[in-house]
Unconditional design. Structure first.
Length: 176
């Protein structure tokens, strides 16, 4: 969770990663279902091993999501309720898939060309093209997400063009 001047940013991926810590019930449920073979030597969950299992097996991904999503949604709700900021931004790539749409007033969908998605994910997460493709395939399509969007940011151009779109959306939201 990042606090900025007038808004609070909640990063759902960060919360999901934190939920995998050894202290929580999510950790125990994941180990119970997927086994100790997904653990590193230090007993932390090896997210890479887990990803290699769930992104090739739809039912395994559904099981993982059924374990992780409720805990993350509970933490998101807690963060929203405890926020003292006028605006809360929920950064969650699976807002629609995880059933979070009713929790947000406005939905901003960020799009990019498929080739850019692959390039950026490869650089940011050191994933192979195959791994990226499996992750993209596990989400609903950009086209389907657009049906839910109140605002769309086309992130296929320059960073300055993206920033301009964000500024326009911010101005619109501040007026409302």
């Amino acid at each position: 969770m990042l606090r900025t001047g007038v808004c609070q940013l909640i990063n759902a991926d960060r919360l999901a990663h934190q939920s995998l810590s050894r202290r929580g019930s999510v950790y125990k449920k994941i180990i119970s279902f997927f086994g100790k073979g997904i653990l590193k030597k230090n007993k932390n969950i090896d997210r890479g091993k887990l990803a290699r299992i769930v992104f090739v097996n739809k039912s395994a991904l559904e099981k993982l999501n059924s374990i992780v999503h409720p805990a993350v949604i509970k933490e998101i709700s807690r963060c929203i309720l405890n926020s003292r900021k006028k605006i809360v931004i929920l950064d969650a790539p699976l807002i629609i898939e995880a059933g979070l749409r009713p929790m947000v007033d406005k939905l901003v969908v960020v799009t990019a060309k498929k080739s850019q998605q692959f390039s950026r994910a490869g650089k940011s997460f050191s994933l192979s093209a195959k791994q990226i493709g499996m992750r993209i395939k596990s989400q609903i399509s950009q086209k389907a997400k657009l049906r839910f969007a109140n605002f769309i940011i086309d992130n296929s151009g320059s960073i300055s063009k993206t920033r301009k779109q964000v500024s326009e959306i911010r101005r619109t939201l501040w007026k409302s």
